[in-house]
Design a protein around this ligand. Structure first.
Ligand SMILES: [Zn+2]
Length: 123
């Protein structure tokens, strides 16, 4: 189990294992939040506390909740509004930086083609 947190520590996130890769996406929200997204089944992710510590942003078809810490404002994760959807995104930047040095950062063109266009390393 690996635990990360927002800057102030009010929101903690536990994931079962380090992801093999994360996505750096250029879609309209990711290019602004700057998150590095790791994807998991919601069953495998524990957000502590489970509710109340984040504010939620939604737009458009309102299928995805973007959560940010109410205190420090860090983008922590996104979750589907349809609770039957088996996928959520966790901001890997919340986790210890040593984690990021080991994994592939895929450049994802979420703005246009929805394809991976390259990859880089953290450092
Ligand atoms: Zn915080």
């Amino acid at each position: 189990m690996i635990e990360g947190s927002c800057h102030c520590g009010a929101v903690r996130i536990q994931i079962p294992r380090a992801p093999n890769e994360v996505k750096e996406c250029n879609c309209s929200i990711c290019r602004r939040t700057g998150g590095l997204l790791a994807y998991f089944s919601p069953e495998d992710v524990r957000v502590i506390p489970a509710s109340g510590a984040t504010d939620v942003y939604m737009w458009g078809d309102r299928e995805i909740e973007f959560h940010r810490c109410k205190i420090c404002g860090n983008f922590t994760h996104w979750a589907p509004t349809d609770k039957n959807m088996d996928r959520m995104g966790v901001n890997a930047r919340l986790f210890p930086p040593e984690l990021l040095t080991e994994i592939r950062i895929l450049k994802f063109d979420g703005a246009n083609t929805w394809t991976v266009t390259g990859e880089r390393r953290w450092l």
